[in-house]
Design a protein around this ligand. Structure first.
Ligand SMILES: [Zn+2]
Length: 334
């Protein structure tokens, strides 16, 4: 689906583009008519030909075709005459025919209520911009993953797997996930301590999935529940409505830092509602949290804990805080 916030923004841009083009055409028309009075007369007659065609089509009794053909021929003649005059006066022949940026949809973005390919492309670009306003996705590429900051010692990891091996297997899996993203994709729960790359990995996935044309919404748990609460308690402005629609309807929703919010009974009921709605409609989610599955069970209702454990695949990020390791490395070098 097209993200409603993005769609609105892009549609506004298309309307602006059409207005700018109309303004430019009026400006050129005035300019040319001042210099070449005959063009003003041609313009006037051209406007009447359009009316004549419409009138002929509705006239009953006689066959309208010969009259329509005659008017059409006159129209072609007038356009040719106008181009000739333009060229004679040093203008390009097409000076008064402004072409739209997209010929398929004439810059309306839609053809018969279906989005035009130009519109979809523009939405994908806009989606990238939108994501980069909330996430630092510029440098966040799977290619920029640096494994050397994770220990290669199985003793630092779990079940004989070193933190680096663990991350490398995640990297492969998440790349595949992003490239093959669709309705069939799984939901994922990233858990583990801070500074282990959970947000980095979600950003990389978000970026790839958005590039494929899916709508992606990223937000922190604090913001999500805060917005749901505002709506529930009567705040109802358009921006808020749109944001909530995105939480519910985006193809992929990333909830970052679950557990940092104040977990009230309102949070539990709206979280359950969000989870349930999205699960029923098969819209994917990635949730990242510093809480362990045990802490999740203790903090939220049994219904939520059960959804999170049965409907989500768990990914445990373990090892030493990468930011800490980077700091230590720097200290050793200098
Ligand atoms: Zn188009």
């Amino acid at each position: 689906m097209i993200d409603p916030k993005i769609q609105k923004r892009v549609l506004e841009r298309y309307a602006q583009r059409r207005r700018a083009s109309e303004d430019e055409l009026s400006r050129r028309t005035r300019e040319v008519q001042d210099k070449i009075p005959e063009i003003a007369a041609i313009g006037k007659e051209l406007r009447t030909t359009v009316l004549q065609v419409a009138r002929a089509a509705f006239e009953s009794g006689t066959d309208p075709k010969p009259r329509i053909d005659a008017v059409k021929n006159r129209h072609v003649e007038l356009i040719a005459k106008r181009s000739e005059l333009l060229v004679q006066n040093g203008y390009p022949a097409e000076y008064l025919n402004l072409a739209p940026s997209c010929k398929k949809c004439s810059d309306y973005g839609y053809i018969d209520s279906k989005p035009c390919s130009c519109f979809l492309e523009e939405c994908v670009k806009e989606q990238g911009k939108e994501l980069s306003s909330v996430l630092d996705i510029k440098g966040q590429n799977f290619d920029n993953f640096i494994g050397q900051y994770y220990s290669n010692n199985p003793g630092d990891g779990e079940g004989g797997v070193s933190p680096r091996q663990n991350m490398e297997s995640f990297l492969d899996f998440f790349q595949d996930y992003a490239w093959n993203f669709g309705r069939h994709s799984i939901n994922m729960l990233f858990y583990g301590g801070p500074g282990l790359g959970k947000t980095f990995m979600s950003s990389c996935i978000a970026k790839e999935v958005a590039l494929k044309g899916f709508s992606v919404t990223y937000d922190t748990a604090i913001n999500i529940f805060g917005n749901l609460e505002k709506e529930k308690f009567g705040e109802n402005y358009e921006e808020l409505q749109m944001q909530i629609k995105r939480y519910m309807l985006s193809d992929l929703l990333i909830i970052d830092d679950l557990g940092t919010e104040l977990t009230t009974s309102f949070v539990c009921s709206s979280f359950y509602n969000l989870l349930n709605t999205r699960l029923i409609e098969r819209r994917q989610m990635i949730i990242s949290t510093n809480l362990s599955p045990k802490e999740i069970a203790a903090r939220y209702t049994p219904q939520i804990a059960s959804r999170l454990s049965f409907e989500f695949d768990r990914f445990h990020f373990f090892g030493k805080d990468v930011r800490q390791v980077m700091k230590e490395n720097r200290r050793l070098r200098y």
